[in-house]
Design a protein around this ligand. Structure first.
Ligand SMILES: [Fe+2]
Ligand SMILES: [Fe+2]
Length: 233
């Protein structure tokens, strides 16, 4: 099988992927098809809705899905479609409660691209319950757990720092960001995600802890968020 662009996988993950043989081949063909669909949806969305939910976000979520899905032997065809289509709803309606709208909008896309009938329900389920208004009890399939964890992993590591700065920095305190980070980390579904992302989590936490301490020492205001407001004026 062709295993292109998988430099971010370990040798063990690559060999598991190769062992999975024909099933692994199936997901590759969907990437250009799904990206073409998403580009159309992104071009119609408002800038505020696209922020943090663009093609780069979808590609990173898919990469994490591929890493976890390979390790846990999940259905990668379901995961690739779920990863690329999971935020369709937020492109229309900027709300934390967008999973079910995403699933509603993904259904005709799956029909149009000729996605396997037998895999549609599980794909739409994973998309539907990925948002934070659902609890982990609702994520009762392997693919729904992986999608949720991959999406939440976006708050970790260098990308996590960037996303917090762009999305929350100017309107929330650093304490709030640290609490939000902790909530996302504790709320992950899978021990495998924590093992994979531990250093990224520690990186983001360390960054904001340091920033908090620095702002308390150098900025003569009790509210640390004043520092962020000061820099983003
Ligand atoms: Fe989402
Ligand atoms: Fe997302």
């Amino acid at each position: 099988m062709a295993v292109r662009g998988l430099g971010y996988l370990t040798l063990r993950q690559k060999s598991t992927l190769i062992k999975m043989g024909s099933q692994s081949n199936n997901w590759e063909k969907w990437i250009p098809i799904l990206e073409a669909e998403i580009v159309k949806s992104l071009s119609k969305a408002r800038k505020a809705n696209r922020q943090g939910h663009g093609l780069d976000h979808l590609r990173r979520v898919w990469r994490t899905c591929l890493q976890l899905g390979t390790q846990l032997e999940a259905d990668l065809e379901i995961l690739v479609a779920a990863a690329y289509l999971h935020d369709l709803g937020i492109l229309q309606k900027l709300s934390p409660k967008h999973g079910m709208l995403s699933a509603e909008l993904a259904k005709p896309v799956l029909d149009r691209i000729g996605f396997p009938e037998a895999k549609k329900a599980r794909t739409l389920h994973a998309i539907g319950v990925h948002d934070i208004t659902f609890s982990n009890r609702n994520r009762d399939t392997l693919e729904s757990k992986i999608l949720y964890d991959a999406d939440k992993s976006e708050s970790l590591g260098v990308i996590g720092v960037l996303r917090y700065i762009v999305i929350l920095y100017h309107r929330k305190s650093i304490d709030y960001i640290l609490q939000d980070l902790e909530k996302r980390w504790q709320g992950l579904c899978l021990a495998e995600t924590k093992a994979l992302k531990k250093s990224d989590y520690e990186y983001t936490r360390h960054y904001f802890q340091e920033l908090n301490q620095l702002s308390e020492k150098t900025f003569p205001l009790s509210d640390a968020s004043a520092l962020t407001k000061h820099y983003l004026k």
